[in-house]
Design a protein. Structure first.
Length: 530
């Protein structure tokens, strides 16, 4: 059981990631139960590692740009009530011979105490950030993060990493090694092949070690990979990329070929590209293409999370080491959305418990053949079924659908989000049928899932109609004549709940083809009654 007060003392914290290419800020408010909300976030391209990797000296202009941005970020964080600003510096700073001078400049100009982290620690934090935002189940993954100065590789599952490494391969580093300053011509096949061979040589031992471990999927993060995916999706799908898109090796190879054949100014105008990355994207694409070749990765999931999110998760884990282990990525994401909408959490938890209880007893009766995945989606829909009341209680089921459908729910794919939204939508007013757009937009498989699960949620919602927790348990039983009985355990008179359940008996019969009767017993639990 999660201690709801465990994170109350953390309050507002800010995190600054001093990367080789960009500086990122995120300000978060930690909330009870291990969740957090983002108060503000910013990103500025400063090119801290510009012209550094030849002699390992940070340039004075780059240091001044970084110090100015950090001062602005620190002022913003303090204005938002941040009690602490955690600042970490990565590849460009850790390799610089004059890093102490830079750290001192940050202290004097911005009032920040920057901590330079190792490559392996950077990889660990990236893993923390990315894995906490995806649902992997029992699969393991290869994580690839291409920064400006280094590339981090990690093998891990949902809960812990098995191996990690940091290589001196970055988009800015390789650009400075293989291109002249201000070079703007197309890149020849010969030079691109030379960059790829350099990447192969630098990564060979890590690739061999990781291949021995094996993995089930691959996940890419960082601005370079996101930008290449943006270009690929626009080029092959003709639309903006979404958080759930997957890119293929063939798409990355074709995008890389197209980009390197363009002069810099034309490269900047390619749909989906970030113009600020146009000068370093060819080197970045060479790193990604080569690693996908070496690891034989056919498809790559793309994450918009990384080191910055890893700092958030790591801070919570260090402050309350037992808290995050008790919640999955999906549970934290659902809870965060519910609390952001001001939902009635005790009621939501009561309805979720009743709905999954009905699901379980119906499965025992073979009224359906669904498993743990569908049970989990039902529980999440039950937790969020009333969040639409934030906008208006009238038709709040429709508002709930909209909020879930458009929420950034971490750990879910788009089909799962649509399914959860539809289950919650039909917890009242209307049966899920094709004439209703929220139902018609679903795939055939999802429509089959939504119908019975929405009925369980509708019944469960009515069993806590008074929001008083009067029904402590509910289960479906088969009577000798084939009728299904909904047995309720009530600690007190529960007439409102009883009427509500009886009012949905026809909906149950329509979904399952069996008549339903409702029976209430003044018992603390169904087990005691039986």
């Amino acid at each position: 059981m999660i201690d709801a007060t465990a994170a109350e003392g953390l309050g507002v914290r800010a995190f600054i990631d001093l990367g080789t290419n960009s500086i990122r800020l995120v300000i978060v408010r930690y909330m009870p139960g291990g969740t957090h909300s983002v108060v503000n976030q910013r990103k500025e391209v400063v090119r801290l590692g510009e012209d550094e990797f030849i002699d390992n000296y940070l340039q004075s202009g780059a240091m001044r740009r970084a110090a100015l941005v950090c001062r602005k970020f620190a002022e913003m964080a303090r204005a938002n009530g941040a009690q602490e600003i955690v600042t970490v510096a990565t590849s460009a700073t850790r390799e610089a011979r004059n890093r102490r001078e830079f750290v001192r400049l940050l202290r004097e100009e911005a009032g920040l105490e920057a901590h330079t982290i190792s490559g392996r620690e950077e990889a660990r934090l990236i893993y923390q950030g990315v894995s906490s935002g995806i649902h992997m189940g029992d699969r393991s993954a290869l994580f690839i993060d291409i920064g400006g100065g280094s590339t981090e590789l990690i093998i891990g599952d949902q809960h812990e990493h098995a191996d990690l490494d940091s290589m001196k391969l970055g988009a800015i580093r390789l650009t400075s090694m293989f291109f002249m300053p201000d070079e703007s011509e197309p890149v020849s096949d010969e030079r691109y092949a030379l960059i790829q061979q350099y990447v192969r040589n630098a990564a060979v031992r890590t690739v061999q070690r990781f291949q021995e471990r094996g993995f089930d999927m691959a996940v890419g993060s960082s601005g370079t990979i996101e930008n290449l995916a943006d270009v690929a999706v626009r080029r092959f799908e003709g639309r903006p990329r979404t958080r759930h898109d997957v890119v293929t090796f063939e798409q990355i190879r074709e995008v890389a070929s197209m980009l390197r054949r363009l002069p810099l100014e034309e490269r900047r105008a390619v749909p989906g590209i970030n113009p600020d990355r146009a000068d370093i994207i060819v080197a970045g694409s060479a790193i990604l293409q080569t690693l996908m070749e070496e690891f034989e990765v056919a498809e790559l999931s793309v994450s918009d999370r990384g080191l910055r999110e890893g700092l958030i998760v790591d801070y919570m884990a260090r402050s309350h080491p037992n808290l995050l282990r008790e919640m999955t990525v999906r549970e934290r994401s659902v809870l965060r959305l519910g609390r952001a909408c001001g939902f009635d959490e005790p009621h939501a938890r009561a309805v979720a418990g009743l709905a999954t209880g009905l699901f379980d007893s119906a499965r025992e009766l073979r009224l359906h053949k669904y498993g743990e995945r569908e049970r989990e989606l039902l529980g999440h829909a039950a937790m969020l079924h009333d969040i639409g009341a934030l906008l208006s209680y009238t038709d709040h089921h429709r508002h709930t659908y909209y909020l879930i459908r458009n929420a950034d729910l971490l750990g879910f794919d788009q089909t799962e989000i649509e399914t959860v939204a539809a289950i919650a939508r039909f917890h009242r007013k209307g049966y899920p049928r094709k004439q209703r757009p929220e139902f018609a937009s679903l795939g055939k498989k999802s429509r089959r899932v939504v119908r019975p699960l929405a009925v369980f949620l509708r019944l469960a919602e009515n069993l806590d109609r008074s929001h008083a927790g009067l029904v402590s348990g509910a289960a479906l039983r088969e009577l000798p004549d084939g009728t299904i009985a909904l047995e309720l355990a009530c600690a007190d008179e529960c007439h409102l709940e009883l009427w509500g359940a009886e009012g949905n008996s026809k909906v149950f019969e329509r979904a399952f083809g069996r008549p339903l009767v409702v029976r209430a017993n003044l018992r603390p639990s169904l087990d005691a009654h039986r």
